[in-house]
Design a protein around this ligand. Structure first.
Ligand code: PLP
Length: 386
């Protein structure tokens, strides 16, 4: 094997396009000068396009997790009640963040492989007659289980109650349909290292007008994540502190690619890759973790592993040059995941399936290879024929 030639099929970080890598080699510029203002304008306009919002999308240097904190500290007050809906590891983490910051967090949990049930959320909110619940936290796409929540339906029931709806779309943004304004979402956050096709290091977040108004008066202490400072700088085409200029260039290049492909086509490509991957997995006789295929993620597929996931992944990586992801938390020894988001094509999905089949065959778990790739190809052919 050529060590350097390895196919990265993780649900983040994802591969980055050559033009994105090249963009980061540009010389430094003055972040308080015209060159940065022009860059800022273009990136800001294209982020609104991707987020489907007319509101500003703020860019922080940081990991996606920073967005969880920014969402909470800018809109709520110490001790406020928050309903944290979790369907997996990332939901659990946001729940922990809210608790660590001093909010009164109530947890609503759904078993691994299930999506959140909007009716259950509606029922809980209906019981909150004195409107103690100030915000509902939800993942758009739960990366750890490969399940996509019905954010539109959930947003509808939250709106009826009046709480804020905060959406973690770290692995959903640009891969799966999300309508920030049309669904009236109060906070939407993502990271650069997933379907935005950039290296890790940027946390991106939008606030509805209602949520931004709350940031003017709420009392949570903050400095780095302070929306007042960030918004004020935004109106001057800047950030309050030194921006990650090279990552801004990367984002500029990636967003140009997304605009060229168009968001609708990007969503369609991810839908195709999700369908191909699921068809391939089932053709190998393997089981999806997602209990309801209609809610299975088109960004990442979680599969019940027929052998120790660490062994499976090691063989795929070291002998076949394909990097698959493992399970997180309680799922560590039972699943593996195939990421198919960002700078990834149907061809890559075929390779990932081929590597999985070959791995299973090498470990005596499969007699014949080819069924998975064939099934995925059938999906592709059908799509191409229209
Ligand atoms: N939320 C989801 C759904 C994620 O998939 C991730 C990372 O994979 C995060 C949040 C956290 O992002 P980061 O690791 O950049 O902090």
């Amino acid at each position: 094997m050529i060590k350097e030639k390895s196919l990265l099929m993780l649900p983040g970080p994802t591969p980055i396009p050559p033009q994105v890598a090249a963009a980061m080699t540009r010389p430094m510029i003055n972040h308080r000068g015209e060159a940065f203002f022009t860059l800022f304008d273009e990136v800001s306009a294209n982020l609104k396009y991707v987020f489907r919002t007319e509101q500003p999308v703020y860019v922080f240097p940081g990991a996606g997790s920073g967005g969880w904190e920014a969402a909470l500290v800018n809109t709520l007050n110490f001790g406020d009640k928050v309903l944290s809906v979790t369907i997996g590891d990332f939901g659990d983490r946001w729940f922990k963040v809210a608790g660590a910051l001093g909010f009164a967090v109530e947890r609503m949990e759904f078993a691994a492989g299930l999506a959140a049930d909007p009716a259950k959320i509606a029922e809980r909110l209906a019981a909150d007659t004195d409107k103690q619940i100030k915000a509902v936290l939800i993942q758009h796409n739960e990366t750890s289980t490969g399940v996509t929540n019905d954010v539109q339906a959930i947003a509808r029931v939250v709106r009826e109650h009046g709480a804020l709806i905060m959406v973690d779309s770290v692995s959903g943004m640009a891969a799966l349909p999300l309508e920030t304004d049309a669904w009236d979402l109060d906070v939407v956050l993502t990271g650069a290292q997933k379907a935005l096709m950039c290296p890790p290091g940027l946390s991106l977040i939008s606030f509805s007008e209602r949520a931004r108004a709350l940031s003017q008066t709420n009392k949570m202490p903050r400095f780095f994540w302070d929306l007042k400072a960030v918004h004020s700088a935004y109106t001057k085409r800047q950030t309050p502190y030194t921006p990650a200029i090279s990552l801004f260039y990367a984002l500029q290049a990636a967003l140009q690619m997304l605009r060229e492909e168009t968001l609708e086509n990007t969503w369609a490509r991810h839908r195709l890759m999700g369908e191909m991957c699921r068809a391939g997995v089932k053709a190998m006789g393997l089981e999806l973790l997602a209990k309801d295929e209609a809610r299975a993620s088109n960004a990442v597929t979680a599969v019940m592993a027929p052998l120790e996931p660490k062994v499976l992944r090691k063989t795929a990586r070291d002998r076949l040059g394909v990097q698959l992801a493992g399970g997180q938390g309680a799922l560590e020894s039972s699943i593996f995941r195939i990421g198919h988001l960002g700078y990834v094509t149907p061809n890559d999905v075929l390779q990932a399936l081929a590597a999985t089949e070959t791995t299973l065959a090498l470990h005596g778990k499969l007699d014949n290879v080819g069924a998975a790739v064939g099934a995925a190809q059938q999906v592709w052919v059908a799509r191409l024929r229209g």
